[in-house]
Design a binder for this molecule. Structure first.
Ligand SMILES: NC(=O)c1ccc[n+]([C@@H]2O[C@H](COP(=O)([O-])OP(=O)(O)OC[C@H]3O[C@@H](n4cnc5c(N)ncnc54)[C@H](OP(=O)(O)O)[C@@H]3O)[C@@H](O)[C@H]2O)c1
Length: 504
């Protein structure tokens, strides 16, 4: 498979006839993301005619009630809405609701009957994609029941797969236990641990940018790169997520998954092929090479912060020490990256919703242009912008017109929207659902990968819980975090944080 057509291959053909069974289907994710994504795929004719959805949850609802709820969700949140495509009436007939308790074997007996009925009437009932869209505490009990009902066993010539939502575990021990519970019922090649960040077009474009262009790869190492910054910031505060967030905090919510995923994609060696095994093998090698920040070192390598009004949020303890902001300096101990710092930061209630990777190149080794004493020239910088403006930006020096040899920094920028138009980027869930239906796990997290990521986060969490913890630095909402974060990056050669993509 050539790297150029990797994200198109498999998309032109439709997956096998199948059924998607969503657990927790009365919830927010199903209404806002999963069903709108499936409907867009239907409209794009990317799903087979023999395709059905079964929503399963405890809430009392009949098929019509569920279809109505889904219609409203698609209307409000879909990329393609019922008015944009004439497939809704037909699609609605293939949506079913099954009410039941998640730990009751009778629920699964009823599900088996319904799947048999769908298979007879429409077809596709033997290929099943289970989607766990419930609170994480229910993952293991549901998987156990699926095992006991024989629903994980693949009949001859058919497949059974399972997508598991994030968060996958709360720490290394719980993630390992969950992997154990999953593997008791499903083989690893049936399991798709989702991190929707990997479904974003621009995250995949990072792979194309690096491995389908020859010009940057020779520079992509310690000889030419001074450091790398990865920022994933949220403008919103806690919202209604107090119950989850106050026990999780920013390291579990953002670093263990999104930031480490972006780090591995930025730092990994070129895989020989674009397939799940090669890609994930390379990502795992990076995670193994990342130097662990030990509990005693958290004061030196991390910053932790909390926005000032966090303790006033509903559902949060008045004296909570949960971090809503973190910055970390990480090193990758291999030939390519030795001594190149990777600065990672993420937080809530910050100045903007931004996801970007800034690659700061080194200064030129010798400057022949006359400059005033103490004056220098900025080094080149590359911005890979994932959000809000998806694109790529290169910062370089140019000559100011006129006499003399004065220079100025300028940008060469490429915006997705300009070339491909607005609203053409499929939602991440569209891409990932379709990949799972095709049996392509490249953009899903493997069991060893998730455990290695926790292995890096656990000691920081332990350090933050100990006498070695850096002081909790408070920051105003709408800023870029605590001033400690600026000091933290400045102590290293006077560097500073960039906000490169808001300039895109
Ligand atoms: N929403 C998002 O944008 C988003 C993004 C990334 C990841 N996720 C993950 O995706 C999963 C689903 O998200 P969601 O926002 O849809 O969750 P949700 O609305 O809180 O829960 C989904 C459904 O699970 C059932 N449920 C909730 N609490 C329960 C409990 N304590 N005991 C038993 N059942 C319970 C409810 O259905 P019944 O009561 O009808 O059974 C609920 O409708 C979560 O693991 C979340 O972390 C969500």
């Amino acid at each position: 498979m050539s790297p150029v057509d990797f994200n198109r291959s498999g998309i032109r053909q439709v997956p096998d006839p199948c059924v998607v069974v969503i657990f927790g289907a009365s919830g927010d994710l199903t209404r806002r993301k999963l069903m709108p994504s499936l409907f867009s795929l239907v409209c794009e004719k990317l799903l087979p005619d023999e395709f059905s959805v079964v929503g399963l949850a405890r809430t009392e609802m009949d098929n019509d009630g569920f279809r109505q709820k889904i219609h409203e969700g698609i209307d409000s949140h879909g990329r393609l809405k019922p008015k944009d495509c004439d497939r809704w009436a037909d699609f609605a007939q293939h949506i079913h609701y099954h009410q039941g308790e998640y730990d009751d074997p009778a629920t699964y007996d009823g599900l088996c009957n319904l799947l048999g009925q769908i298979d007879q009437e429409v077809g596709g009932g033997c290929n099943i994609l289970f989607y766990l869209s419930t609170p994480p505490v229910l993952y293991a009990p549901i998987i156990k029941q699926l095992g006991q009902a024989g629903l994980a066993v693949e009949p001859e010539g058919h497949w059974r797969r399972i997508i598991i939502e994030k968060p996958f575990g709360h720490d290394l021990a719980s993630a390992t236990q969950l992997n154990h519970d999953v593997h008791h019922v499903f083989n690893e090649d049936q399991v798709y641990r989702i991190d929707h960040y990997l479904g974003k077009e621009t995250v995949q474009n990072l792979l194309v940018f690096r491995f389908a262009n020859a010009i940057f790869e020779p520079l992509w190492n310690r000889n030419y790169i001074d450091h790398v910054q990865i920022t994933v910031s949220e403008e919103v505060g806690l919202g209604s997520r107090a119950g989850y967030y106050d026990t999780a905090g920013v390291l579990r919510d953002m670093f263990q998954n999104h930031l480490l995923q972006l780090l591995t994609l930025t730092a990994m060696e070129p895989p020989a092929e674009f397939n799940a095994t090669s890609l994930r093998d390379e990502k795992v090698k990076v995670l193994k090479a990342v130097q662990r920040i030990e509990p005693e070192g958290v004061g030196e390598f991390t910053v932790r912060g909390q926005y000032r009004t966090y303790r006033d949020e509903k559902g949060v303890a008045f004296n909570t020490n949960t971090a809503t902001f973190a910055a970390a300096r990480m090193y990758i101990n291999n030939w390519r990256w030795r001594n190149v710092p990777f600065f990672l930061r993420s937080g809530k209630a910050l100045a903007g919703k931004v996801t970007e990777i800034a690659v700061q190149f080194r200064h030129v080794p010798h400057l022949m242009f006359p400059l005033a004493p103490g004056e220098g020239l900025p080094a080149n910088r590359l911005g890979l912008c994932l959000q809000p403006n998806e694109g790529i930006l290169l910062h370089f020096e140019t000559k100011l017109p006129g006499a003399g040899m004065r220079t100025r920094s300028v940008d060469m920028s490429y915006l997705y929207e300009q070339d491909f138009g607005a609203n053409t980027l499929p939602d991440a869930y569209e891409r990932l659902l379709l990949d799972a239906l095709h049996g392509d796990a490249s953009l899903f997290t493997r069991s060893d990968e998730i455990e290695l990521a926790w292995r890096l986060i656990d000691p920081i969490l332990q350090g933050w819980d100990s006498e070695h913890a850096p002081p909790l630095a408070f920051y105003e909402s709408g800023t870029w975090g605590p001033s400690k974060s600026d000091e933290f990056i400045r102590t290293e050669k006077g560097r500073k944080w960039f906000s490169i993509c808001t300039e895109c």
